[in-house]
Design a protein around this ligand. Structure first.
Ligand code: COA
Ligand code: AMP
Length: 651
């Protein structure tokens, strides 16, 4: 079958409507997903789609065998498309630009798979990847997939302690890193962070492989392997077929506690779902140029920088840079024009950053965006103002869609390849086929349209979503499947309107979303609580015009703790930065005399959030002294500066 035919075949027929497709995905999931699986090359094609024998733990395509790397690279080369561009790397920091054809990328990946194999990595072994936005990040991920090994990519903005926690949970055989990453105005040395992480971790990988970058070379450490030298000596390794249900990767994400959750992705369901999404959600197929401006360290980067575009034979752009300041707020328009990008996927915060610097969109001038068709946004709520601004200056459909690390692909979207629908600002549109979305009240009953509740998905989740958490089925069940029987709890709250459009209003747990990055307030609280002067603390997410939300800390001092508040604040900010990482963007913390709590001792974060967002609601708390409550209100009042004298330590 030709590439084009293949990718068209993933589309649920040209005449299918959303309603028909959605209905058939839920009434006949077996037929629906076996049909969608037809576009994947299987070593053994699945005869069954869903395995519910261990419900509520479901698996997809239990008897299928395949290799994800073969589907992303080799099969396109074998079909005669080896000369087509697979990946364009564009670094705004270094000025480097390089294109790789499918044949070139396949050869690099096969060679790096040979390097890993030489280190004893085989099917099922874990490899931790701590790399910046360089093409080698995609090469390393795909090389793991080629061997049937399981990668776990850690975002470069996380501190050594976070890396150590992931190393200890995944227990990798090999860790792949670079000498440095680059952020605006500074080069970030990675090797010392890896050293520190390995000092903190109980588990030690057998080998560290280091990619040397010219901006800052790392001092060689005994036993390390140099990427270039290893590649020069390596024999290419072939694809190793694995069971569809075998893990492809683990991606750690923030939960409500400090311990990250290892979201597992399988091979078969993932390949089928992502290929389906490219055609039906994004309207992207073979030969199209697709750009996801995110980072390979996030799920958006896994799914839509690396796997999905390559699975359908498209060209993916891997961009190292920020939307503003590298060199200016026209950087995104330059990339779209220069590489002929058909669709861009990024987070709303990136558009807000551009809008702040270039509100009239003047920097669009001089860039030919005639081939640009659609802007897709996800990762955080798309506020109507950013929606209107983006749609006005770009003149293309701006499509919000909603999903999360756990689901791996869109839960709600406006399906541009299947049945485009009118956009309603503020809504990511409708549930995607495969997702039986329900809005439930506290008792687990469905609420009528217009009423807010917990957004849940009736089990089973479709292919491509998490089958479990790494090594912890119990935690998967208790975190996601126990609150409402037969349902997956997304952690988001929202409602549906009379037309069935979904509105996602925000998290109903203690997870916050900062510049499209998901963070746990619980892990920040753990850092604050460890300070010797702190008796108790809370971290809440407060609205921010650029980043959507930013964390805000409140600490109560131990009786008798003599601390200069400014010094203490600086120490706490530095502690969160060094323990969690700069990505936490934790810059504000206040000393208060008391925190509002329920009678059972639960801190009322929601009440504090309301105060911080300017809603002067009553705080039903155990704080009895009105002066303490007034002082808290004053600290949280939007725009409050240093204000009047702050209350001292708790007594
Ligand atoms: N390595 C090291 N440090 C990193 C890093 C990395 N990979 N990524 C971010 N950081 C640092 C930043 O340098 C910054 O440090 P600072 O406090 O010293 O300035 C801090 O972490 C916060 O980073 P960020 O939240 O990215 O803020 P920013 O001001 O640098 O940029 C945006 C703001 C909005 C431009 C940027 O976050 C962005 O482009 N986001 C949208 C796209 C996206 O990636 N979304 C993810 C899911 S789709
Ligand atoms: P992550 O797991 O990092 O992708 O973050 C997932 C969370 O980001 C979701 O649970 C939501 O809270 C939020 N989110 C992602 N996309 C959207 C969207 N389009 N609208 C509203 N919130 C979103």
């Amino acid at each position: 079958m030709s590439e084009t035919v293949r990718s068209r075949a993933t589309r649920s027929s040209n005449v299918a409507t959303y309603q028909d497709t959605y209905r058939s995905s839920l009434t006949d999931p077996e037929g629906f997903w076996l049909g969608a699986a037809g576009v994947i090359d299987w070593e053994r094609a699945p005869a069954r789609a869903l395995d519910g024998e261990r419900a509520p733990l479901y698996r997809w395509f239990p008897d299928g065998r395949l290799n994800t790397c073969h589907n992303a690279l080799d099969r396109h080369v074998e079909a005669g498309h080896g000369d087509r561009t697979a990946l364009i790397h564009d670094s705004a920091y270094t000025g480097e630009q390089r294109s790789y054809t499918y044949a070139e990328l396949r050869d690099l990946v096969a060679r790096f798979a040979g390097v890993l194999r030489e280190q004893g990595v085989g099917a099922g072994d874990r490899v931790v990847i701590y790399l910046p936005m360089v093409p080698e990040a995609a090469v390393a991920m795909l090389a793991c997939a080629r061997l049937g090994a399981v990668h776990s990519v850690v975002f470069g903005g996380f501190a050594p302690r976070e890396l150590a926690a992931r190393v200890d949970d995944a227990r990798p055989k090999v860790l792949v890193t670079a000498s440095c990453g680059i952020e605006p105005g500074r080069v970030v040395a990675y090797r010392p962070m890896v050293d520190e992480a390995l000092r903190l971790a109980g588990h030690r990988p057998d080998r560290v492989i280091v990619l040397q970058r010219e901006q800052l070379r790392a001092d060689p450490v005994d036993g390390d392997l140099d990427w270039d030298e290893a590649m020069a000596a390596a024999e290419p390794a072939p694809c190793v077929p694995v069971d569809a249900t075998d893990p492809l990767y683990i991606l750690y994400t923030s939960g409500t506690t400090g311990r990250p959750k290892g979201v597992v992705r399988d091979n078969g369901g993932h390949a089928v779902a992502l290929a389906w999404s490219m055609a039906n959600v994004y309207d992207i197929g073979a030969g199209d140029v697709w750009w996801t401006a995110s980072d390979v360290g996030w799920v958006v980067g896994h799914s839509y920088i690396v796997y999905a575009p390559l699975l359908v034979g498209a060209t993916t752009v891997l961009y190292e840079g920020k939307p503003v300041g590298t060199p200016d707020a026209g950087a995104f328009w330059r990339v779209i024009a220069q590489h002929g990008v058909k669709a861009l996927f990024t987070a709303p915060t990136a558009l807000r950053a551009i809008k702040k610097v270039d509100p009239q969109g003047e920097l669009l001038a001089g860039h030919d965006l005639s081939g640009f068709r659609t802007l897709f946004l996800a990762g955080e709520r798309l506020d109507p103002e950013t929606y209107h601004w983006s749609a006005d200056i770009l003149g293309v459909p701006v499509i919000d869609h909603w999903w999360q690390t756990e689901t791996g692909w869109a839960v709600a979207a406006n399906l541009r390849g299947l049945d485009p629908m009118p956009v309603k600002p503020g809504s990511p549109t409708v549930p995607v086929p495969g997702y039986d979305v329900r809005i439930l009240d506290e008792q687990g009953a469905e609420v009528p349209p217009g009423t807010e509740g917990a957004i849940c998905i009736r089990l089973p989740l479709p292919p491509g979503t998490l089958p479990t958490l790494w090594g912890d089925d119990d935690r998967y069940v208790s975190s996601y499947l126990s609150r409402f029987e037969g349902h997956y709890l997304t952690g988001d709250g929202g409602y549906r309107d009379e037309d069935g459009y979904l509105y996602v209003m925000g998290r109903i747990d203690d997870v916050i979303n900062v510049a499209g990055h998901r963070l746990s307030t619980g892990s920040m609280e753990a850092v604050l609580a460890a300070h010797p002067a702190v008796a108790e603390c809370a971290v809440i997410g407060v609205a921010d015009s650029l980043k959507g939300q930013v964390p805000r800390g409140l600490v109560v001092l131990k009786a008798g703790a003599a601390y200069d508040p400014d010094e203490l604040r600086a120490e706490l900010v530095a502690a969160v930065r060094s323990e969690i990482g700069p990505v936490a963007a934790f810059k504000e913390v206040d000393v208060v005399a008391g925190l509002p709590k329920t009678r059972s001792g639960k801190i009322l974060r929601k009440s504090m959030r309301s105060l911080a967002e300017g809603r002067d609601e009553p705080v039903p708390s155990t704080i009895e002294d009105p002066a303490v409550l007034d002082a808290l209100r004053e600290v949280l009042r939007p725009g409050a500066g240093e204000g009047p004298a702050r209350p001292g330590p708790q007594d």
